[in-house]
Ligand binder design. Structure first.
Ligand SMILES: *Cc1c(COP(=O)(O)O)cnc(C)c1O
Length: 214
């Protein structure tokens, strides 16, 4: 699927497309920008900071991968959304820096729904501390949840994981965030599984290799 078709597919399904531009050059990014793409996702802060300087300033940058606390000061306030809040420590740091810079930073909570040991994310069985904290902190705004599926060819495994994130989302939407209209994003799906993710409730996909391969 090329960019135009993917963009169309996403808009027909009311899904936001994040073009994952990590490791891609300024020139490659500009090519998609010129076709109308505005949301780009990065996960290496240093690389992003260097590229950002060379690119149009109406690009809406998202940080999508694991973020170290010592990097937070470099990304605020320029980041539009951090997908990968995966610990209390990181959440507190994002709030602290946002307070210092007098901004409110948009975040997603990254849940661990995959069985793979290496994946970052919050344990769904053990999230009350971080959820309570989100409600207390004044300089972060939660827009929803994010998850990564297991890297596998077995659709059933990914389907279960995406449905699992839906259940977590519904639980929070009915309880803690019942009167929070900002809480609406489910960021799941990448090049290999975005169709499955969308069929299972995703409304924001993060697609890299598929978009940049030619
Ligand atoms: C790299 C990356 C993606 C995109 O992966 P592709 O398979 O290239 O589409 C999505 N989400 C995260 C967190 C990533 O690091």
């Amino acid at each position: 699927m090329n960019f135009k078709d993917l963009k169309k597919y996403c808009s027909e399904n009311n899904v936001e497309l994040v073009a994952v531009s990590k490791t891609r050059t300024e020139k490659e990014i500009r090519k998609l920008y010129d076709q109308g793409q505005r949301i780009f996702g990065e996960n290496r802060v240093q690389e992003w900071l260097e590229k950002k300087e060379l690119l149009p300033n109406d690009i809406r940058w998202h940080i999508i991968g694991h973020l170290q606390t010592n990097k937070v000061k470099y990304i605020i306030p320029d980041v539009e959304l951090i997908h990968s809040i995966d610990s209390v420590k990181l959440l507190e740091k994002v709030n602290e820096i946002s307070l210092k810079k007098n901004v409110v930073t948009n975040i997603l909570l990254q849940y661990k729904v995959a069985q793979e040991e290496t994946k970052f994310g919050i344990d769904p069985e053990n999230d009350s501390q971080i959820i309570d904290l989100i409600c207390e902190l004044k300089n972060v705004r939660i827009l929803g949840l994010m998850a990564m599926g297991t890297f596998t060819n077995h659709e059933e495994i990914n389907r279960r994981e995406f449905q699992n994130l839906n259940l977590i989302f519904e639980r929070l939407k009915k309880t803690t965030f019942y009167n929070n209209p900002d809480f609406k994003i489910k960021s799941m799906g990448m090049s290999g599984d975005f169709e499955l993710a969308i069929a299972n409730g995703s409304n924001m996909v993060r697609v890299g290799s598929l978009l940049f391969k030619n």
